[in-house]
Design a protein. Sequence first.
Length: 211
Amino acid sequence: MAKKIVVVNGSPRKGWNTDTLVSEAAKGAESAGAVVEKFDLYKLEKYTGCISCFGCKKEKFKGRCICRDGLTPVLDAIREADGLILGTPNYLSEVSAGFRALYERLIFQNLTYNAEHYCCNQNVIPVLMIMTSNGPDTYYADLVENYRQTLSRFVGPTETLIVGDTLQLKDYSKTDWPWSIFDPEEKQRRHETVFPQECQKAFELGAALVK
């Protein structure tokens, strides 16, 4: 039976950097024989982060968020998956708000507050987390490492890919005021020469997730 990989795009910008990279990772998983189910967080019905209701701490709901909203089908799919690909842009030195809401709900449902068995996740699966940013990728190594460690602890062994210095606009000259901290020509050059290599890396990591 083919493995099922859940792919989550945590960016509101369809077809741009984060979406492109998670899509390439998904293609890599498919090339290795997996069936892929993709979710775009910003196209879902309304949802929130964890509301601290503690319903998931009750025995009959252990490991299952009881809050029913737009994230419910995503969490249900992850619970049945064989692997997980996550993508988020970096907004103000953090993940996107949509991604953070999923992250809270995904992790907290598996946290038991029990010293002997701190995690009740019954479906340990490999994870690939991708983060994009207009700043250098070296800026966010510690941030992504913190997410990697927590995802590894509560979901499964996690690999990460940070892609920095991304192209944000097709034409920087059309902004209302100059974005003078960027070099548009250099951004475009990098997008045409380096970004395809990063897409290939995402493809390879997606394939490795299945193998």
